[in-house]
Ligand binder design. Structure first.
Ligand SMILES: *Cc1c(COP(=O)(O)O)cnc(C)c1O
Length: 392
């Protein structure tokens, strides 16, 4: 059988066995509705509340501050639209960055059509925002700062505690999309002055279609999903009990072994980066070299297309990504790579390999070995490379 090597853990992760085992009883056995008062219902209710506790503990929040949603996109939409609509009378200005996930960017663009003003902060060539730019962008109309914790494409980690301090000092709400950071970075919402935080189960070995929004106690925001009184009247809909249970277990596992997991991942990541830089010419590492997610490897390979790279890798049993999964299929290069200043033709040749708990050194070697051959072969077919060699 041909090997299959999965290195697209930033797009989604497999559900861990221990997580699945916790979930299974909540499909056909303990299927009660948590809102029902008979004992079958209370079993579900107890399970949901246990998961709420697990999520709260992982990020230093109180369980009353955790609200379950249908994933990272919903959490982002809720935080941003909810605060915007609730605070319309106070101001209409929102600050975010140019490299946010589309769940944040498209939500902000939608709000612009409704009369809100949005500042999209630039980032430097490593993908970091500038704190002075942030301070300068604040006006007396600013109601919300939304900056992602870590970028899904290039892995760069933002100075979240510093942003939290600025937001607190200026009395502005601070939301962070921590979907990629969760499970890889120690987070303390209180210490870091985070008012709202989005997370999603399937990025840390939990199920898809379930997430949470942390909302600091006392913060008022509009409801996105109206209906029944679930989630203390703030988010309607019968709870996705099994998935919530899985999310709770997955977050607990992630933080139980955080340091050990990270040590292993960082070692693999740095080996892969070093090997690629040593063995393949004309490459560029995208994202900050150290302020970077433990599993993120992202390179541009000059003179070739990311799509051809992906297809060739797939043929040798390797799953990676070019840009983010949401934009593949479109011909536009990633907004993140353009924002860190890469010209179109170079941004097109990008490859993200995101490592996870199930990868090992042997796999890294196999992928790099194949990459060397593939890049060489594709460049030999590239007219751009021919031209480059002629002038050189
Ligand atoms: C995956 C992702 C999302 C969207 O989460 P879903 O659960 O897939 O809706 C949002 N933000 C970031 C940074 C992500 O990586």
């Amino acid at each position: 059988m041909q090997k299959y090597i999965y290195m697209d853990n930033a797009a989604t992760t497999p559900v861990k066995k221990e997580v699945l085992e916790e979930m299974l009883p909540y499909f056909s056995e303990n299927y009660g509705n948590p809102s029902s008062i008979y004992s079958l219902g209370s079993k579900s209710k107890v399970a949901v509340e246990k998961a709420r506790e697990q999520v709260a503990k992982a990020i230093g929040a109180d369980k009353k501050e955790i609200f379950f949603t249908a994933g990272g996109s919903e959490s982002d939409n809720w935080a941003i639209k909810g605060v915007a609509y609730k605070n319309k009378s106070k101001g209409n200005h929102i600050i975010t960055s140019k490299i946010e996930h589309h769940a944040v960017l498209h939500t902000c663009e939608y709000l612009e059509k409704q009369g809100f003003d949005v500042t999209y902060l630039d980032v430097d060539e490593d993908g970091l925002i500038n704190l002075e730019d942030l301070e300068k962008a604040i006006t007396d109309k600013t109601i919300l700062i939304s900056i992602m914790y870590a970028n899904n494409e290039i892995g760069t980690i933002q100075p979240i505690s510093e942003i939290g301090k600025i937001a607190k000092k200026r009395n502005i709400y601070f939301h962070t999309d921590a979907v990629q950071a969760l499970g890889s970075i120690k987070i303390d919402v209180k210490d870091q002055n985070i008012d709202m935080l989005s997370l999603s189960g399937h990025k840390f070995y939990g199920p898809k279609g379930v997430g949470a929004l942390y909302i600091r106690q006392g913060l008022k925001l509009d409801t996105l999903i109206s209906g029944g009184g679930q989630e203390r009247g703030k988010r309607a809909g019968t709870e996705n009990v099994a998935s919530i249970v899985g999310l709770g277990k997955a977050i607990e596992l992630a933080y139980e072994n955080l340091e050990e997991n990270n040590e292993k991942l960082i070692k693999l990541r740095d080996k892969m980066i070093k090997d690629i830089e040593e063995k393949i010419p004309y490459v560029r590492l995208n994202g900050h070299r150290n302020k970077r997610l433990p599993g993120n490897v992202n390179f541009c390979f000059r003179f070739i297309e990311g799509e051809s790279l992906l297809l060739s890798l797939d043929m040798v049993g390797v799953a990676g990504s070019s840009g983010s999964a949401c934009t593949s299929g479109s011909l536009d290069p990633s907004h993140v790579l353009l924002s860190i200043g890469l010209p179109h033709e170079i941004a097109h040749g990008s490859l993200r390999l995101s490592l996870g708990s199930f990868n090992n050194e042997e796999e890294v070697d196999y992928v790099v070995e194949n990459l060397v051959e593939i890049v060489d072969r594709l460049r030999k077919m590239s007219p751009l490379y021919d031209k480059f060699l002629e002038v050189k």
